[in-house]
Design a protein around this ligand. Structure first.
Ligand code: COA
Length: 133
């Protein structure tokens, strides 16, 4: 797993690299961003916690279903944990809902459309020093 410079902030970009070819198999990023109201309404007690947004979660087609996404998501969770933990959220494609649920995220609020693709907000708590997804 490689971590790339995300511009000097405590944001992070992760890539799963095939060391034999140098190919990037999967990516994701995390940065601080307040969760939408759907999350606050579900877990009002978390509203004061640090909020982190997960973005750019993707695995190349030919590498899907092999645990690459889970490892990249795990790296994001560990990053948030290392920064003191908090609330991790994303706009998830509903097609990826099961993937995120396996990573401990829960859907909340109404489904909505982004560029013709149905999404739902998903979130989870991350404890400080948590070691896995
Ligand atoms: C969603 C996405 C990131 C998942 O990445 P991935 O690398 O395929 O994720 P994983 O391999 O860790 O898990 C995917 C599935 O493979 C299964 N799997 C994991 N390791 C496996 C293995 N060794 N053998 C067989 N199956 C395995 C998992 O059970 C999981 O099943 P699930 O979909 O029921 O949860 C990927 O499908 C993707 O890029 N989709 C298109 C873009 C997208 O939708 N991104 C999310 C935007 S919100």
């Amino acid at each position: 797993m490689a971590a790339f410079d995300a511009g000097g902030s405590d944001a992070a970009v992760f890539g799963a690299i095939d060391l034999s070819t140098g190919e990037v198999m999967g990516t994701a990023s995390v940065s601080r961003e307040l969760a939408p109201a759907a999350v606050g309404g579900t877990v009002a007690s978390s509203a004061s916690a640090a909020h982190w947004r997960l973005r750019a979660m993707a695995t190349r087609k030919e590498h899907r279903g092999q645990g690459v996404g889970a490892r990249v998501l795990g790296a994001c969770v560990r990053h948030v944990a290392g920064q003191g933990g908090g609330l991790l959220w994303c706009n998830a494609r509903v097609a990826a809902r099961r993937f995120y649920e396996r990573g401990g995220l829960t859907g909340c609020g109404e489904e909505f459309d982004i560029a013709g693709i149905t999404h739902i907000v998903m979130w989870r708590r991350v404890d400080a020093e948590e070691t896995g997804a």
